[in-house]
Design a protein around this ligand. Structure first.
Ligand code: DON
Length: 646
C-alpha cells in the first residue's frame, strides 16, 4: 500500500504542477462554503475532458463534463452524493443522449455514512404483452434487428422512478434542486461535443428512421425515402453529412447526381447548416426541458401515470410497440442487499441480479484469490491465462444460471462461495487453456454491433456517502426512437434477454432459459457498479460501460490496484483482456499484449482476438487510506469525461 500512496501523492503533485489542482488546496481542512451555483452550460469548451483530479471533500467523475459539473453544483448547494448522483443522471439524459437517459434503466450502489451498503435496481422490464418468441419468425429464426431497433426493442423504462426513489430515501435536497441543472441544459442548450457529433453520424441510419428523432438531432438535414433491405418496407434516410454538403451546400447548386437520382425531401426552413453539427454549436431540447420540468414538479407519477406516460403510450401505438399504461403504472424499483465478497482483505460490494455484474465479479475475484497474481506478473502470458480462465468459468455460470430473481431460482450461495471458487481455481490448468466446450456445452459466436453505449459515474461526498451508478439505453441512443413531444430516447434493452437460447446477443453472449423473455421480467444485465472498502473505510468506487466486457473490466481495475499496486490512473488506463466463455476466444484491446505474449498464449491453447475497439470507459474514485484524499479518474477512452472535486 505504501507504493500506492507514493504514486498517489506524486500524481497529486504532478496535477498541481500542471494546473489541474482541485478548486481548494488539498491540505485545506474546512469544508468549503456552498458557493453560488455555476452556470454549467456557460463553462468554456477548452476545459473538456480532464482525466484526473484530486480533492479532499467530494468528487464527481462522469463521462460528460456538463454532467460532472451538475453534480458538483448540487454538492456545493449542500446536497450529498445521492443528490449529486441524481443530478448527474438527469444531466446525462440531456448532454449524453447516447446513454444518459429517462427512457432506460440502471443500477445504483450506495454506501451510507454508517458503512451500510444498499443498492437500487431500476432495470427495465419486459412489457406485459411480451412473449418468449416475440423476436422469432414463423420458422423460429431470429428476425434481425427487431430486438435492437425501433419500438419493439424497448423494455418498460426504470430510470426516472429509480433515481427519484433513491433521492427520496437517501437524498437531502428536493427534486427541483437536483433537477435544475438538467432542466437548464435542456432549455438553454449546451455546446455539442465532437464525440456526440460522431456518435449521431455513426447511428444515422437507425436514428433517421424516426421523424421525432430527426427533428431533435438532424433538423435541416436532407432526407430521402428508400427501401429497407431487411424489412422490404420503406424507410426515411438522412443524407450523410458530407454528401448533404456536397449536394445541397452553398456551392452545390443545383443539387448533384445523388439528389437527382433519388426522391428527396428538404424540410421546409432548411438552414445553411443542413443539420450538420460543428463542435461547439448549441443543442437545445425544448421538449425534453418540458418533460424534466413536469417530473420536477409532479414526480415519478408524471412519467408512469401522467402526461408523459400518455406520450410514451401514444408513441408505442404509432410504432406498433408493446408498452401500455398498465406496464408503466406497474413498474417498480427494488432496493436490494448488495452482493458482497472479500478479496485479499478488501470488502467488495456490487450489484446483485437482475444484474449479473456483482455475482460474476465476485466469482472472478474469488477464483483469482488462490493464485499469486502479482507474482504471475501484469500482462504476462501466465497472468493473462489465469485471468482468462477465471473469466471463462464465471461467464459459463452467468449465461446458464442468472436472471431476474423474481422469476428464476439461482444458486447464488454456491456461486459466491469461496469453496466453489476454490474448485474452479483447482480446475485451471496453468499450462493449457480449457476449451469452453468442456466448461459448459455449446458453441456459437456473434459479431457485436458497433457503437455500443452505456455510462458509469462515481461520486463521493464529505458526509461519508459514496455512489456508483451505471445506466444505459443498451445500444447507443437505444432503440433510436425519441418519444414524440417528450424529447427522450427509449431503450433497446429487450436484446439483453435470451432472444433464442444458444443464439448470441449483440455482445456475443450465448445465454439460456434463465434469461428468457417473460412478461414483467427484468432482462439480465452485466452492469457492475462497485464499491470496495478496507477495514471499514471507503477505498474504491468503480464501474464502466462495455456490454459483456463490463464485469471483466471492473475485475481488472480492482486487480490492477489491489494485486499490482497500480495508481488508479494506471489501473484505468491499462489495456484490458476479456473472456466470456463463448465465443471461446481471449479478446484483447489494441496495444495491450505484446506479440510475444500473444504467441505464448496461443501456445497455451488460447485463440487470441484483437478487439477493434477499446473496451469500457471507467470512471472511478480512489480514497487514499493514508491521507483520506480522493483521486478521481475519468477514463481517457471517452471524449469529454471529467473528474472534478473540491
Ligand atoms: O445491461 C447490460 O449489460 C447492457 N445493456 C449494457 C450495454 C452496454 O454496456 C453498452 N456499452 N457500452
Amino acid at each position: 500500500m505504501t507504493s500506492l500512496r507514493r504514486a498517489f501523492v506524486s500524481l497529486a503533485l504532478w496535477l498541481v504542477a500542471w494546473g489541474c489542482a482541485p478548486a481548494r488546496p488539498a491540505g485545506d481542512a474546512a469544508p468549503p462554503a456552498p458557493s453560488a451555483a455555476a452556470d454549467v452550460a456557460a463553462q468554456p469548451l477548452s476545459s473538456a475532458g480532464s482525466g484526473a483530479a484530486v480533492a479532499r471533500h467530494a468528487m464527481v467523475v462522469s463521462e460528460q463534463e456538463y454532467a460532472t459539473r451538475a453534480g458538483i453544483e448540487v454538492l456545493r448547494k449542500g446536497g450529498n452524493a445521492v443528490d449529486a448522483a441524481v443530478a448527474v443522471g438527469f444531466a446525462l439524459a440531456v448532454v449524453y443522449p447516447e446513454a444518459g437517459n429517462l427512457g432506460g434503466g440502471g443500477f445504483m450502489v450506495i454506501r451510507l455514512p454508517d458503512g451500510r451498503v444498499t443498492t437500487f435496481d431500476y432495470r427495465e422490464k419486459a412489457p406485459l404483452a411480451a412473449t418468449a418468441d416475440m423476436f422469432l419468425d414463423a420458422r423460429g429464426n431470429v428476425i434481425e434487428n427487431l430486438s435492437w431497433e425501433g419500438h419493439l426493442a424497448s423494455g418498460v423504462p426504470g430510470s426516472v422512478k429509480g433515481m427519484l426513489t433513491a433521492l427520496e430515501r437517501y437524498g437531502r435536497l428536493d427534486r427541483a434542486s437536483v433537477m435544475a441543472p438538467a432542466i437548464r441544459l435542456a432549455r438553454d442548450g449546451f455546446p455539442v461535443s465532437q464525440g456526440l457529433i460522431e456518435a449521431l453520424e455513426g447511428e444515422r441510419r437507425v436514428l433517421c428512421r424516426f421523424a421525432t428523432t430527426r427533428e431533435v438531432f438532424f433538423a435541416g438535414r436532407p432526407t430521402r425515402v428508400v427501401q429497407d433491405s431487411l424489412s422490404g418496407g420503406l424507410r426515411t434516410e438522412c443524407f450523410a453529412a458530407d454528401s448533404a454538403r456536397q449536394a445541397f451546400g452553398p456551392a452545390g447548386q443545383p443539387p448533384g447526381e445523388l439528389a437527382r437520382a433519388e426522391p428527396f425531401r428538404v424540410p421546409p426552413g432548411v438552414d445553411r447548416r443542413l443539420g450538420v453539427w460543428t463542435a461547439g454549436d448549441t443543442l437545445r431540447q425544448p421538449d425534453l426541458a418540458r418533460t424534466l420540468e413536469t417530473i420536477a414538479r409532479d414526480g415519478a407519477a408524471a412519467f408512469y401515470e401522467g402526461p408523459i406516460a400518455e406520450l410514451i403510450v401514444d408513441e408505442m401505438r404509432g410504432g406498433s410497440g408493446l408498452i401500455t399504461r398498465q406496464d408503466l403504472a406497474a413498474y417498480d424499483v427494488v432496493e436490494r442487499e448488495p452482493v458482497h465478497t472479500t478479496y485479499r482483505g478488501f470488502d467488495v460490494y456490487s450489484m446483485p441480479p437482475a444484474s449479473s455484474g456483482g455475482v460474476i465479479l465476485a466469482e472472478i475475484l474469488n477464483v483469482l484469490e488462490p493464485f499469486d497474481v502479482k507474482a504471475l506478473g501484469f500482462h504476462s502470458a501466465r497472468g493473462v491465462h489465469v485471468l482468462a480462465e477465471a473469466m471463462r468459468r464465471a461467464y459459463a455460470d452467468r449465461n446458464r444460471f442468472l436472471g431476474d430473481p423474481a422469476f428464476v431460482e439461482m444458486p447464488l450461495a454456491t456461486l459466491l462461495s469461496k469453496d466453489y471458487a476454490g474448485e474452479l481455481a483447482a480446475s485451471i490448468d496453468t499450462t493449457a487453456a480449457t476449451p469452453s466446450a468442456e466448461v459448459l456445452a455449446g458453441a456459437l459466436f456473434g459479431t457485436p454491433h458497433e457503437s455500443l453505449q452505456t455510462t458509469h459515474y462515481s461520486i463521493v461526498d464529505s458526509a461519508g456517502y459514496a455512489v456508483a451508478t451505471t445506466t444505459t439505453l443498451n445500444g447507443g441512443f437505444g432503440s433510436g426512437v425519441v418519444v414524440e413531444g417528450a424529447g427522450f430516447f427509449l431503450n433497446n434493452e429487450m436484446d439483453d434477454f435470451t432472444v433464442k437460447p444458444g443464439v448470441p446477443n449483440a455482445y456475443g453472449l450465448v445465454q439460456g432459459e434463465a434469461n428468457a423473455i417473460e412478461p414483467g421480467k427484468r432482462m439480465l444485465s452485466a452492469m457492475t457498479p462497485t464499491l470496495v472498502t478496507k477495514d471499514g473505510a471507503l477505498f474504491l468506487v468503480v464501474g464502466t460501460p462495455g456490454g459483456s466486457t463490463i464485469i471483466t473490466t471492473v475485475a481488472q481495475v480492482v486487480s490492477n490496484v489491489i494485486d499490482h499496486g497500480m495508481p488508479l490512473e494506471r489501473a484505468v488506463a491499462a489495456g484490458r483482456v476479456h473472456h466470456q466463455h463463448l465465443p471461446d476466444a481471449l479478446q484483447a484491446e489494441p496495444f495491450t499484449l505484446s506479440e510475444d505474449t500473444v504467441r505464448r498464449l496461443e501456445a497455451l491453447g488460447h485463440e487470441v482476438r484483437l478487439r477493434r475497439w477499446t473496451s469500457g470507459r471507467v470512471n472511478a474514485i480512489l480514497r487514499d487510506p493514508a491521507t483520506g484524499l480522493y483521486q478521481g479518474v475519468a477514463d481517457l477512452r471517452q471524449y469529454a469525461g471529467l473528474a472534478e472535486g473540491f
